[in-house]
Ligand binder design. Structure first.
Ligand code: GAP
Length: 517
């Protein structure tokens, strides 16, 4: 579980690969079939950012929708919020993020490339479990650990991962002058503008410029959605009058200025989270925690992850975030090895206590039976959408031998996650009578199932392969016989079996087939 105070916590380091599918295979498929592209690719990319293409965004939304249905809609004790990404800087001061949301970093003293200290050490075969900055520096010095380019390394230091920004026009920048100095202008509305200029000595000659801003205007792109929940606790209690235990859920973007984003979407600088803060009576945290362990496994099953690939890791005292009294990480056998998929933490009343103290407001739950008001404790199941996406894609990916020397790639998604539920095709695209019938069937299917694709590109064999690669559960083909027997061929993605189904029975049969996947 990565979190504030993470110098000794949440270091996700690749362990040996335990699944057959390589990351390169997944990345290549994701690009080839329009799931995910490198962010800003046309300009050479921007590290740690990814763009979702048509099928990718539908898959992502399907994952998020299923999560919302399972954890919010299907329950009576859950409420939603959608908080602003930019929040008052006090949120991040009170939560501890300004002071301690850091990762350990080292610098190549020659190239000035920067690396995650723990990742580098782990890759060189050292164990970093529970090590703080001093411990890492000691390892580097004692074993003369070098950078990947073979150069000496700096001591390990902390790097705060929050993206800082300035809200409103309360800043100015000083740009480099050709003469080597820095100059800029601060414009005050009373007309007393100030020109600023600095000479810079050789030591700073590489600097591009400076930014001057009003410190009161600083904000951050949120590094977790959780704080948007905690800061709305009082609003939800005052407007929804929930009875304890209850949860508040939020899905949305989070941003972390990762020192080295890597492993495709696994470690990105911009990603999405699905988080729940589940408020309980302090005496009941243990039973609630156990229930959330069970529910997390159910979620993994619902998105099609094999039980054998999901593992619980009881996070040790030294590796836990400062707010957590117990953390269980759920790890998955990714192509890069066994890594954190999601986390479950017992955050006690840490966050609500901080907010009450800093905001000077009463943040309490008043029992309906007239009992004494108290600050509830919190169990936090926290899921990353990108990691769920990557786990779903990895689990769904299959290469199967078909025939003597042919192989097909098939994504065996659960039907509720598949970006395309059904594909409808005329056997031949240049036969108007087939096209007209196929369009008729397509329109009826689209009305009922939504994400249905009309596919007449290439021959039927190629269409099946393409649909297999995007994970379409069923393909319907309209052929010449359809014109006389009012039946279509239904081809099953996983078994590749083909059956004839009367158009009048189609939806009943499709429902049955989808249910049985
Ligand atoms: N509110 C608690 C929290 O944010 P976390 O362990 O730091 O805990 C929760 O993050 C989840 O967010 C992780 O389990 C992971 O799925 C996802 N996550 C964290 N950092 C990420 C990154 N750089 N790229 C993609 N997903 C990330």
């Amino acid at each position: 579980m990565s979190s504030p105070n993470r110098i000794t916590s949440g270091f996700n380091v690749s362990t040996p690969k335990s699944t057959e599918t390589s990351l390169d295979t997944i990345v290549a498929l994701a690009k080839r079939r329009g799931f995910i592209f490198q962010g800003s690719e046309i300009y050479g990319g921007l590290a740690g950012t990814w763009d979702y293409g048509h099928y990718g965004l539908i898959l992502k939304r399907n994952i998020m929708r299923l999560w919302w249905k399972m954890f919010v809609e299907d329950r009576d004790d859950m409420f939603g919020v959608d908080a602003a990404i930019l929040m008052n800087q006090k949120v991040w001061q009170a939560s501890g993020h300004v002071a301690t949301f850091v990762d350990p970093m080292v610098e190549d003293l020659l190239t000035h490339q920067r690396y995650r200290a723990d990742h580098l050490l782990k890759e060189k075969g050292f164990s970093v479990d529970g090590l703080n900055l001093l411990g890492m520096t000691k390892l580097i010095r004692e074993h003369n650990v070098k950078s990947p380019d073979g150069n000496a390394l700096s001591d390990a230091q902390t790097f705060n991962m929050m993206f800082k920004t300035v809200v409103g026009p309360k800043y100015t920048s000083l740009d480099r002058k050709t003469s080597g100095g820095l100059s800029g202008r601060i414009e005050f509305l009373n007309g007393k503008n100030r020109e600023l200029a600095f000479d810079v000595n050789d030591e700073f000659s590489e600097l591009g410029g400076f930014m001057i801003y009003d410190t009161q205007s600083i904000s951050y792109l949120r590094p977790e959605t959780a704080q948007g929940i905690f800061t709305n606790f009082k609003n939800i209690v005052d407007t929804m009058h929930p009875e304890l235990p209850f949860g508040i859920a939020q899905q949305g973007k989070a941003f972390r200025n990762e020192i080295r984003p890597r492993d495709f979407i696994f470690r990105a600088r911009e990603f999405e989270q699905m988080e729940i803060e589940y408020f309980v009576h302090p005496d009941e945290w243990q039973s609630s925690f156990e229930k959330w362990i069970e529910l997390t496994h159910k979620w993994c099953e619902a998105i099609g992850l094999p039980k054998s690939s999901v593992h619980e890791l009881e996070v040790s005292d030294s590796d836990r975030a400062h707010y957590s009294k117990r953390t269980v990480d759920f790890e998955f056998d990714f192509p890069i090895g066994r890594e954190e998929l999601s986390g479950l933490a017992y955050r006690t009343s840490f966050d609500l206590d901080n907010i009450a103290r800093e905001s000077k407001q009463r943040i309490e739950y008043v029992p309906r039976d007239g009992g004494k008001p108290f600050i509830p404790h919190v169990i936090e199941p926290s899921f990353g959408v990108e990691r769920a996406f990557m786990a779903v894609l990895t689990s769904a990916y299959h290469e199967e031998k078909v025939g003597e020397d042919d192989t097909r790639v098939v994504l065996k998604f659960k039907p509720e996650l598949a970006p395309v539920k059904l594909a409808v095709s005329p056997l031949l695209r240049n036969k108007p009578e087939l096209v007209s019938k196929a369009r008729e069937v397509y329109a009826a299917m689209k009305k009922k199932y939504g994400n249905v694709m009309y596919d007449d590109n290439g021959n039927i064999g190629k269409r099946y392969r393409r649909q297999d690669e995007i994970g379409t559960p069923l393909c319907l083909v309209i052929d010449f016989e359809t014109l006389t027997d009012e039946a279509v061929t239904v081809r099953h993605r996983d078994t590749m079996e083909q059956t004839r189904v009367k158009i009048s029975d189609l939806t009943t049969e499709i429902d049955k087939l989808l249910e049985a996947f």
